[in-house]
Design a protein around this ligand. Structure first.
Ligand code: AHR
Length: 546
């Protein structure tokens, strides 16, 4: 029995452990925190942010924390510090300035946080990986494009990006390198902006304010990005209106070149299609590839230390197609998002169903184990009962034999008394006693028998009650008792005791709802089977209890 409960307990412990293990396995997937430190907030970075967020759908357990410093170097330093303090596993950083952020980036590398330099560079050399387009090549490509559009002759104004940032410097170098190949091309104005449209406007206005005369020849404006090129165009248009006839070329026929060529609404490609920009160099965001690189580093997979991003030029010839393609991509993206939402909800349902199934299996197994345990318990109980019954039966037989032998012994002893009745010594006493009894009248005899019966009745439930016990009560020896009882009733005391027991039993059978066994014990039989035998011998039929 103990064994069954131990097995049962073990089964429950094992199953519960399995449950805990399966829950732990489900929740034990590796989670990564990826910190993104953006130098500023603009449409190009908004697109990148959206791509990074979207790409987390394809990688489990990514917690993306993006911070933007709004072109404030101190703020970006502080934000990098905060991200490290939050326990990021990897840092993606687009440094506002090449030199000023070295300490903050070093803090990450020194703490073992892998660093991906993205889009912009820093003078820190032990970064983990770099991903970005070749800004020198972009500048050079736009310089070549300007030369081709101007036929190698013309005046150019350059509005460069923010001073100290790597794309601004590289684009400037690349552009000037290309222009220097054409002796007929001249850069007649240079100013720096801060990547925002307004800064392009301001920079251009400043340049124009230094130009005097009525034949100002501006053939091309190269902006460090599209927004600054558009800002410069606004300034030129305003200047043209406020200085009629001052410009040799009308603003609408000037070549405006920019960088970024965002396909998003209001972005560079749309501006090219609208004719507001002549051309723009694609400066890809590639947030998805950036996330793939981050995950590869985090998971210890092989990765490229430097990942370049391809670029190309957008002109009125391909702007429409590119926008159409982008719209198509957006439609597909929307569809993928919907599918992802659907997959998410299906996965949640599956999770719930799997947990439910696990519990059902657990319950079924527990029920089966308990059933097996119960069946085994019942079988063992049954075997024990059988064994007990057998033992009881044997005991009953022994009791019956013992009781029968005791009665036979009593009868033998009575016979012995009979046989010794002629013994001289006893005979004298007996004769004397019998004489007394003869002298005793009927009333006295009746009283003696009544006293004898009472002694029997009072001790009836005692199965060990012997003739000697009655004799002790009546202050007579067994022999004396035997002789007097025999003389008065013609029966031995043993016979009378048994008769009284059986008659009482008969009354109890008729008047009570007690069972035969209970009655047998009540009237002083130790063995119900012996009682049944004696009853049948006496009454001629078996006792019928309830
Ligand atoms: O760092 C590159 C420049 O940053 C992008 O060309 C510009 O649009 C962005 O702000």
């Amino acid at each position: 029995m103990k064994h069954i409960f131990t097995t049962y307990r073990y089964a429950i412990i094992v199953l519960s452990s399995l449950l805990v293990l399966s829950c732990t396995l489900q929740t034990n997937k590796r989670h990564y925190i990826i910190g993104v430190s953006q130098c500023s907030e603009d449409s190009w970075r908004t697109k990148l942010k959206a791509e990074l967020e979207q790409s987390t759908y394809f990688h489990d357990g990514i917690d993306l924390r993006i911070m933007s410093a709004d072109d404030d170097v101190q703020m970006q330093k502080q934000q990098i510090h905060e991200l490290i303090a939050q326990g990021i596993d990897l840092l993606i950083v687009s440094p506002q300035q090449t030199h000023s952020l070295s300490d903050a980036i070093k803090e990450a590398t020194e703490k073992g946080v892998p660093v991906i330099m993205f889009d912009r560079k820093s003078d820190v050399k032990d970064y983990t990986a770099f991903m970005g387009a070749d800004n020198f090549a972009i500048g050079e490509m736009m310089g070549e494009y300007a030369a081709s559009q101007l036929g190698g002759i013309g005046n150019i104004i350059e509005i460069a990006g923010e001073h100290g940032s790597s794309p601004a410097m590289e684009r400037h170098r690349g552009f000037n390198e290309a222009i220097s190949r054409y002796p007929g091309l001249k850069i007649i104005g240079y100013a720096e902006g801060d990547w925002k449209q307004n800064s392009g406007d301001e920079a251009m206005s400043k340049i124009l304010s230094g130009m005097h005369g009525t034949d100002i020849a501006i053939d091309c404006i190269f902006g460090g990005n599209d927004r600054m090129a558009l800002g410069a165009r606004s300034a030129l248009e305003r200047y043209s209106q406020s200085h009629p006839g001052a410009l040799r070329r009308m603003p609408s026929s000037v070549i405006y070149l920019g960088v970024d060529a965002l396909p998003t609404p209001g972005g560079g490609i749309e501006k090219v299609q609208q004719g507001l920009l002549t051309a723009s160099a694609i400066y890809p965001t590639h947030g998805n590839e950036l996330m793939d690189l981050a995950v590869a580093i985090l998971q210890g997979e092989p990765f490229e230390k430097n990942t370049g991003m391809e670029t190309s030029i957008v002109t009125s010839a391909n702007a429409k197609v590119l926008l159409m393609q982008y719209k198509e991509i957006i439609t597909q993206d929307e569809y993928i998002k919907k599918m992802q939402t659907r997959v998410d909800s299906i996965m949640k349902e599956l999770d719930t169903e799997r947990t439910l199934l696990f519990f059902i299996v657990l319950v079924v197994v527990i029920v089966c184990v308990s059933l097996v345990g119960t069946v085994r318990t019942i079988k063992i109980k049954h075997r024990l009962n059988e064994h007990l019954k057998q033992k009881n039966h044997e005991l009953e037989l022994q009791k019956e034999t013992a009781e029968r032998q005791r009665d036979e012994l009593e009868e033998q002893r009575d016979k012995l008394i009979e046989a010794t009745m002629h013994n001289q010594q006893n005979k004298e006493q007996d004769d004397e006693m019998l004489y007394d009894d003869e002298k005793a009248d009927f009333r006295q005899q009746n009283e003696f028998i009544q006293k004898f019966n009472r002694a029997v009745d009072d001790n009836m439930s005692n199965s060990d009650l012997s003739v000697e016990d009655i004799g002790d009560i009546m202050l007579l020896s067994r022999v004396q008792l035997y002789r007097r009882v025999k003389a008065m009733t013609g029966k031995s005391p043993v016979e009378i005791i048994r008769e009284r027991r059986l008659k009482r039993a008969n009354l109890l059978l008729a008047d009570t709802s007690l069972s035969v066994s209970e009655i047998a014990y009540r009237v002083g039989f130790a063995s119900p089977s012996y009682f049944t035998k004696c009853y049948k011998d006496f009454f001629g039929h078996s006792p019928k209890g309830t």
